[in-house]
Design a protein around this ligand. Structure first.
Ligand code: PLP
Length: 427
């Protein structure tokens, strides 16, 4: 590694705060100097396959020529312009496209600057729409095991044990938590679970505005997979009790779970949908909250009139250009075949992990592969074992998992699964 990197790392340790960590970071982060295709170029000259797609985002890999060209071209026109009172073609076309791609019935798009903010906007939409009918409806119902972001509104609906509730006790709104949906994509609807959700919805109906969940795959809350039947049940339960259904597809959206949106497995249209992460193919921070005509009408006519949100960088034109290019690549390309191919590769490659001492379960859904241990992962040891095999992963809690870019070829995928197995053994 070049000498100046030891100074840069010292400066990083002195001044830069990294995610979910102390200051300075317990383990110095690895410097990255470039990326191409599915590979990250490290400052010491190593090239490693990114098994994380930069936290679910980089579905087309890095420096994709179509993505690069779209962003450069937009840069030649304008990098940014405020969205209050002004509009631009990228935002209009992107809204039209998201409305067309997502389940029927979602008509309007609000552009936010991160996934967490799109969840805040979704909650605001639900509260303002409920206000139209009944100002007493100010709580949400959700399930345990969820993750919806790190801002205060979003934190309050994250899993109350695995999330940050204990740290901010007293400052988070107390919502209603139903049990985690039972495991298993193919499992029939669990009657006991459904009865408990129904009981909670009924008991709290007068104070609830909406139900919020991640459909089919719970991401950072524990990487659990449940049946589309659970999502269909939640839709019906919301309809019975006059609640809005918010689906958070920030992690699952854009093909990751095997269908374009995880709601498509269930054939369900939510009232409000959150998108983020892969929306811009990992190029820029952007998220969107979509809603139905009925939600928009309720807010506009009786819910305060205006939706009270407006980020400075709302509908940033560079991000819109990246999102348009990324969604074009998905719609024109073979994402479905790629995700199915990666699913097969993950199932085959991770099968070995079942036999390792300390492995509790292996789960695969779409282009998501998870090895759950029976203890917390030794992150340093697991990461080192994967790096030795040329793969970047970032385990957490008791989970070693990957969600590679869709362009990952079969040989690289075999390297990724081999590295996960080695990491599970080491961690
Ligand atoms: C990542 C994530 C968020 C938060 O998105 P940020 O862009 O990190 O704010 C919310 N919900 C889900 C399901 C996520 O995976």
């Amino acid at each position: 590694m070049e000498a100046r990197w030891s100074e840069l790392i010292a400066a990083d340790q002195a001044h830069v705060w990294h995610p979910y960590g102390p200051m300075p970071a317990a383990v110095a982060p690895l410097p990255v100097v470039g990326a191409q295709g599915v590979r990250l170029q490290l400052a010491d000259g190593r090239e490693v396959i990114d098994g994380m797609a930069s936290w679910w985002c980089a579905v087309h890999g890095y420096r994709h020529p179509v993505m690069d060209a779209a962003v450069s071209e937009q840069l030649g026109r304008m990098a940014h312009v405020m969205f209050g009172g002004l509009t631009h073609e990228g935002a209009i076309t992107l809204a039209q496209r998201l409305v067309a791609m997502t389940p029927d019935g979602l008509e309007h798009a609000f552009f936010a600057d991160s996934g967490s903010v799109s969840v805040e906007v979704a909650i605001k939409m639900a509260l303002q729409a409920a206000m139209a009918r009944d100002p007493g409806r100010t709580r949400l119902l959700t399930v345990r095991g969820g993750y919806h972001g790190d801002t205060f509104g979003a934190m309050a609906v994250c899993d109350p044990v695995g999330g940050m509730h204990h740290l901010f006790a007293g400052t988070l709104r107390e919502h209603v938590f139903a049990p985690r949906p039972p495991d298993g994509f193919d499992a029939p609807l669990d009657e006991a679970w459904a009865a408990e959700v129904e009981r909670l919805a009924e008991r709290h109906a007068g104070e609830l505005a909406a139900v919020i969940v991640e459909p089919v795959v719970q991401g950072a809350g524990g990487m659990r997979i449940h049946s589309p039947a659970c999502v269909r049940f939640l839709r019906e339960c919301c309809d019975r009790h006059g609640l809005l259904l918010i689906l958070d597809e920030i992690a699952t959206g854009f093909g990751r779970s095997g269908t374009l949106f995880a709601a498509d497995h269930a054939g369900v249209t939510p009232d409000i949908l959150c998108l983020g992460k892969a929306l811009t193919g990992g190029y820029m921070t952007m998220a969107a909250t979509l809603c139905t005509r009925a939600v928009a009408d309720a807010i506009t006519e009786h819910g305060g009139g205006a939706l009270m949100h407006g980020p400075t960088f709302m509908a940033n034109p560079l991000a819109c250009a990246a999102a348009l290019a990324s969604t074009s690549l998905l719609l024109d390309g073979g994402w479905a075949a790629d995700v199915a191919r990666i699913e097969r590769g993950l199932r085959a490659g991770l099968a070995d992990a079942c036999d390792i001492d300390g492995v509790r379960e292996v789960r695969v859904q779409g282009a998501i592969g998870v090895v759950q241990l029976d203890h917390d992962v030794d992150v340093a040891a697991a990461t080192a074992a994967a790096l030795e095999r040329g793969v970047w992963i970032r385990p957490f809690r008791d989970l070693v998992y990957v969600m590679p870019p869709y362009i990952t070829g079969d040989d690289d995928l075999a390297t990724v699964t081999g590295a996960v197995v080695a990491a599970a053994r080491a961690g």
